[in-house]
Design a binder for this molecule. Structure first.
Ligand code: NAP
Length: 248
């Protein structure tokens, strides 16, 4: 069953990892995909080609989600290239981990700008289009770290907790126009990035998860399919933990 047939979707940061997984699963469900990347041009163009081969409309855009003007420009371009914007997935994110004692002001600001301000930039940019359409679904990528906190990640935890408060407020403001806004809080998701980590360390993380495995980009993507599709038509302002039971 194709749950997203003909829906036009913007995904930020889809050149790799979770964003790429979302783009692929969404295309399988019939969605047209506009996606961004910060600098990985070759993988982005490769993904664009793959999605086009799946029979949907797809386009890669180089755009810094942390920059307000670039976000406005991006949404204007996507509106020209695709007819409507039905779903926005704010997925782009970075980490710059350090203990509070050592973290620099620049590393705090950077993580807040890329992870949290980007969500404001993009949501504000699509708001007018979704208001006119009188429908839309916005999905913001938080983290279990935003729900629980984590030593060595004050900047990241603050950005991800901020996303949850922002999303609930958008849900309250825009609910009357049939625009829904929810957050997803992934736990430990295994991507190319985590492949580089020490296998014993990674195995100890897996052992501590009730479902006894790390998550995959597809696990997060499937939760996004639910929140993007009409299956979740009566769900807004929520945070869905996709963490194998980690926070339970
Ligand atoms: P990733 O593999 O590092 O990929 C990050 C993506 O974001 C890349 O496509 C990157 O583009 C893009 N990006 C980075 N800065 C950007 C910017 N300023 N503007 C536009 N795009 C930008 O990360 P991931 O593990 O897939 O994580 C994706 C999201 O899930 C993040 O928000 C992360 O915080 C969240 N999350 C991840 C996990 C996990 O275990 N992996 C757990 C909880 C939450 P380039 O390739 O061009 O740099």
């Amino acid at each position: 069953m194709k749950l997203l047939e003909n829906k036009n979707v913007i995904i930020t940061g889809a050149s790799r990892g979770i964003g790429k997984g979302i783009a692929e699963i969404f295309a399988q469900h019939g969605a047209n995909i506009a996606f961004t990347y910060a600098s990985s041009e070759a993988p982005a163009l490769e993904l664009e080609k793959k999605l086009l081969g799946m029979g949907v409309k797809a386009k890669a855009y180089k755009s810094n989600a942390a920059n307000f003007q670039e976000a406005q420009h991006l949404v204007a371009e996507v509106s020209k290239d695709f007819d409507s914007i039905d779903v926005l997935i704010n997925n782009a994110g970075i980490t710059k981990d350090n203990l509070l004692m050592r973290i620099s002001e620049d590393d705090f600001d950077k993580v807040i700008e890329v992870n949290l301000k980007s969500v404001f930039n993009m949501t504000k940019a699509v708001q007018r289009t979704m208001l006119k359409q009188r429908q839309g679904s916005i999905i913001n990528m938080s983290s279990v770290v935003g729900v629980k906190g984590n030593a060595g990640q004050t900047n990241y935890a603050a950005s991800k907790a901020g996303i949850i408060g922002f999303s609930k407020s958008v849900a309250l403001e825009l609910g009357s126009r049939n625009i829904r806004c929810n957050s997803i809080a992934p736990g430990f998701i295994e991507t190319e990035m985590t492949d580089a980590l020490n296998e014993d360390t990674v195995q100890s993380w897996r052992d501590a998860i009730p479902l006894k495995r790390g998550g995959t980009p597809e696990d997060v993507a499937n939760a996004c399919v639910f929140l993007a599709s009409d299956l979740s038509a009566y769900v807004t302002g929520q945070t869905l933990n996709v963490d194998g039971g980690m926070l339970t």
